[in-house]
Design a protein around this ligand. Structure first.
Ligand code: ADP
Length: 190
């Protein structure tokens, strides 16, 4: 199995690169942001619970997110591998993930950090707000809250994987194709 975590600030292109990885390597894409947005769209009790937090750019609790993810891991445990997008975002989530994977005798093989400047992040997200209409994309203060959460809470998770020699950085300032070629090279050299 090939199990990859993709990190990057909001707007870095995690979803876009994940979709390309799915196509090339036949992985199952697990985006906790998408799962949460789907709960909101379907008007479930869980969706109602997380709506305000997400709309304000804050993180949802580790327990809620992990509960959603766990079911999906179970469903696809015989797949070629997973690409985790937007998860883990805290060290607690990384530990929960390791434990769940160890129960199935699998592990994270590789973690990728997509890197780009704050000014590019804001430009890209404001553009996405026009195209996709996500509630948390339209307001600059909410975008800044999300960048801050990333720098303060998720950067630590990268140290967790760095200590395991699994962390690679990819420049995401250039084209989608440039970024994907770099990513593919890292996987090929594994
Ligand atoms: P982005 O990376 O652009 O912020 P995501 O779709 O990954 O977009 O996440 C959107 C929102 O969903 C986050 O701001 C947060 O509120 C919530 N969320 C997604 N994944 C997690 C997670 N692993 N832990 C906590 N909250 C999450």
């Amino acid at each position: 199995m090939l199990n990859i975590v993709i990190f990057g600030p909001p707007g870095a292109g995690k979803g876009t690169q994940a979709a390309l990885l799915v196509e090339k390597y036949g992985l199952v894409h697990l985006s906790t942001g998408e799962m949460l947005r789907d709960e909101i769209k379907r008007g479930t009790a869980l969706g109602e619970e997380v709506k305000q937090l997400m709309g304000a750019g804050h993180l949802v609790s580790d327990e809620i997110v992990f509960e959603l993810l766990r079911g999906r891991l179970e469903e696809s445990k015989t797949s070629k591998g997973f690409i985790f997008d937007g998860f883990p975002r805290t060290t607690k989530q990384a530990e929960m993930l390791d434990k769940a994977m160890a129960d199935h005798d699998i592990q994270i093989n590789l973690t990728i950090v997509l890197q780009l400047d704050d000014s590019t992040i804001i430009k890209r997200i404001l553009h996405r707000a026009e195209v996709e209409g996500r509630a948390d994309d339209a307001n600059i203060d909410i975008i800044r809250t999300r960048i801050k959460n990333y720098n303060e809470q998720t950067a630590v998770v990268m140290d967790y994987y760095k200590a395991q020699n699994k962390l690679y950085t990819v420049d995401s300032e250039n084209t989608i194709q440039d970024t994907f070629e770099h990513l593919s090279r890292i996987i090929a050299e594994m």
